[in-house]
Design a protein. Structure first.
Length: 392
């Protein structure tokens, strides 16, 4: 039987057969993933599939892999978290990206008022754990005014110890993270957040390598969009880029859209850190999964032209990018090996969030969150807990 008949039994127990499968570490071909009650029971050769299990056979050449995990997604499907920091918005953003292979994500709010950012934390406390929402990513407001990117300068703030009171609410908001500039927060600030279980990343920063290392010693574990909104590495001033490439404790995210980072820099990052410490992210905006070519971001009109999202001053404003395209770009533009690209889009972000025991790879007991890609690496279909998603 090639396609399971509709009904509860087909979703409870079925096999997905593919010519090629990447389990997060290595390739198998041809094989089937056995799905039971939303979890992976195992990987089997076609001849080993139990006779009473309905089968879903993918088209010739299709690739089956773990669902993709996005650590930085500002919007999608016409929705922007800054506009409406609610649980419904978070789930709508996650839903918009699902047909592109993203089965879990961190809806992201860029620098805003403290009140608005607290609303995002409250929304994440309600939404985390359902609909593919893992928590929230607060990018700002404690970033360097010298490296604002598209963030509004008037809302960028210098942190005080009092800000810990509301930021520590992230500890109850799923697997949430905060991006800050360590040179713009008080001594001990990073340590307090990390001790509470909140993942801290450096971003929009001019920190010296010494400051970066000190923050890593205090528990900082990541770098947000490596190379972007930070000074370049120099011989006697390695800065955030040099520290990130040299320190194995730090996982660095990359926006691989062919615009934000040169392919040579992408290859250099993978060569220095390996796929286990590089996480592909989209930095996606509302245009992904929507027909509109314009939207408003914090009072500024952002226009999509030639694949670039820019404001009136031609400043990049996030990316018109989905995770499947990020994987495809890493392979096509930067010559990253496909397995490494897939690992950077699934297992590495899962490990970064401490979710590797159930997400990011295909193994017995893992959630059956899956993506099928064409041989050209375009998304074919997506499964969430073993159920094929509508529109995928």
């Amino acid at each position: 039987m090639n396609t399971p008949s509709p009904g509860h039994e087909a979703h409870r127990r079925h096999a997905i057969v593919a010519d090629r499968l990447f389990d997060g570490q290595r390739w198998h071909e041809p094989v089937a993933v056995l799905v039971e009650n939303g979890r992976i029971r195992g990987i089997a050769r076609a001849m080993e599939i139990p006779d009473d299990w309905p089968q879903r056979r993918l088209p010739p050449g299709a690739i089956l892999a773990a669902g993709l995990i996005d650590l930085q997604v500002n919007g999608g499907g016409g929705m922007l978290l800054n506009d409406s920091p609610t649980a419904d918005t978070m789930q709508a953003i996650a839903r918009a990206h699902r047909r592109f292979g993203t089965t879990a994500c961190l809806p992201t709010m860029i620098t805003d008022t403290r009140e608005q950012m607290r609303l995002a934390i409250a929304a994440a406390r309600r939404a985390a754990g359902s609909g593919g929402v893992l928590g929230v990513h607060l990018e700002g407001p404690f970033i360097s005014p010298a490296r604002p990117g598209i963030h509004r300068r008037d809302l960028i703030a210098q942190a005080t110890d009092d800000d810990l009171d509301w930021l520590l609410e992230l500890a109850g908001a799923g697997r949430s993270i905060v991006t800050l500039a360590p040179e713009c927060v008080p001594a001990g600030f990073v340590k307090r957040l990390a001790t509470a279980g909140i993942r801290v990343l450096l971003g929009h920063s001019e920190a010296s390598a010494e400051i970066v290392t000190r923050a890593a010693d205090e528990g900082m574990t990541g770098i947000t969009h490596l190379f972007n909104a930070m000074p370049p590495m120099a011989a006697r001033a390695p800065g955030p880029v040099g520290a990130a490439l040299a320190d194995r404790r730090l996982t660095a995210s990359l926006i691989v859209d062919g615009l934000h980072v040169d392919p040579v820099s992408i290859r250099a990052a993978f060569a220095a850190k390996g796929a286990d410490r590089i996480a592909l992210v989209t930095d996606a905006m509302p245009t992904v999964g929507a027909g509109a070519a314009q939207f408003s971001l914090m009072g500024r009109t952002i226009t999509l032209a030639g694949g670039r999202l820019v404001d009136a001053d031609d400043t990049l404003a996030g990316a018109h990018l989905d995770m499947a395209s990020a994987v495809r770009n890493a392979v096509a533009l930067a010559d990253v090996e496909l397995g490494d690209a897939l690992r950077s889009a699934s297992l590495t972000p899962a490990r970064f969030l401490g979710l590797q025991d159930e997400r990011g790879a295909l193994f017995p007991g893992a959630r059956a969150d899956l993506v099928a890609l064409t041989p050209e690496l375009h998304p074919l279909m997506t499964w969430l807990e073993g159920r094929e998603e509508p529109g995928s």
